[in-house]
Design a protein around this ligand. Structure first.
Ligand code: NAI
Ligand code: MG
Length: 331
């Protein structure tokens, strides 16, 4: 039986990298019936909203989506499509694996950890207002429920993947109430997982340590903002945004998407790296239980990356040509 999966090409390089990922997945032998829906600039132009209801309904129906990046216009009066999707579908966990691949020029080798980012609150609730004309306030929200849920998710992920340590990132020395609550929740949940090591660290110190010794980390759990920043930083340690996949996971719905955005600077030129989109597809296949196919694609990708790459990796393959190489290596 075919899987029904929502496919959102997105903006900028989205259609190129999602198109490449789709070709690789289809060539792997798994039977997927894609429901293609448009979100972002196109629907904003045609329908007056970047996130039409039918997109949300399609994801709610199929429970699984593979999504391209969507441009968030700055200061144009509507909320980020990504943040809205994550909140509407209650996709509370954002998972971003950071892994070294052979053949990639990068600052570090042998890196293999996962950033687990809280995805529904913190400074991303969009609750902001002006105070008079010369001041602005953004409200940071941290709740016990969401903090416990994401920390438990991080420990469960550690167990499932045979990982040994969870590192909680915070700034509780300054934000004693909000980050203090997040930290307290993490410490409480840690008591239920005595088989997994637990440590906490302040976000600024973590930024330095990640750059120096990323091999020391296994699972990193953080509130929304720190998780967002640290995952981009981490992608930079192993070769850049073109390599970093991600997943937004809720109770029974999951949306898989790269860490990177729509990259307008390189859109439409067939030069974007589709690796992160392909790896997001690999995460999706694992999630639906297609472990074998997922492994097959990941192996083909690793094989391809050993001696070939897109321009961001110092190689000379286009998006499409790279995908074709991966398909050749599928076995
Ligand atoms: P970006 O991630 O799109 O680009 C940052 C830099 O990385 C650029 O130089 C770009 O060329 C490069 N890059 C990104 N992905 C690449 C790939 N696959 N291959 C090769 N190079 C790649 O971040 P930026 O420019 O800050 O954001 C552009 C737009 O994307 C904004 O409107 C932003 O709001 C949106 N965005 C959307 C996301 C999503 O839909 N999940 C996530 C992040 C940003
Ligand atoms: Mg980001």
């Amino acid at each position: 039986m075919a899987y029904n999966i929502t496919l959102i090409p997105g903006d900028g390089i989205g259609p190129e990298v999602i198109g490449a990922a789709r070709k690789v997945i289809d060539a792997s032998g798994v039977d997927i019936s894609w429901e293609i829906v448009e979100a972002g600039a196109i629907s904003n132009k045609n329908l007056g909203t970047p996130l039409p209801n039918y997109v949300i309904n399609s994801i709610k129906k199929n429970k699984i989506a593979l999504k391209g990046p969507v441009t968030t216009p700055i200061g144009e009066g509507f909320k980020s499509v990504n943040v809205t999707l994550r909140q509407n579908l209650n996709l509370f966990a954002n998972i971003r694996p950071i892994k070294s691949y052979e053949g990639i020029e990068s600052i570090h080798k042998n890196v293999d950890f996962v950033v687990v980012r809280e995805n529904t609150e913190d400074l991303y609730t969009g609750i902001e207002h002006m105070v008079g004309e010369d001041a602005a306030e953004s409200i940071k929200i941290i709740t016990k429920d969401a903090s416990e849920r994401i920390c438990r998710f991080a420990f469960e992920l550690a167990r499932r993947e045979g990982r040994k340590k969870v590192t909680l990132v915070h700034k509780a020395n300054i934000m004693k109430l909000s980050d203090g609550l997040f930290l307290r929740c993490g410490k409480e949940i840690a008591k239920e997982y005595t088989d997994i090591e637990f440590e906490d660290i302040i976000v600024d110190a973590m930024s330095m340590k990640l750059v120096q010794n990323p091999q020391n980390y296994d699972v990193i759990v953080a509130p929304n903002l720190y998780g967002d920043i640290l995952s981009d930083l981490s992608a930079g340690l192993v070769g850049g945004l073109g390599l970093a996949p991600g997943a937004n996971i809720g109770e029974d719905i999951a949306v898989f998407e790269s860490v990177h955005g729509s990259a307008p600077d390189i859109a439409g030129k067939n030069i974007a790296n589709p690796t992160s989109a392909i790896l997001s597809g690999v995460m999706m296949l694992k999630y639906i239980g297609e472990e074998r196919v997922a492994k097959k694609i990941e192996n083909a990708l690793a094989e391809t990356l050993k001696d070939k790459g897109t321009i961001d990796l110092g190689g000379n393959l286009g998006t499409e040509e790279f995908a074709q190489e991966v398909i050749k290596n599928l076995k």
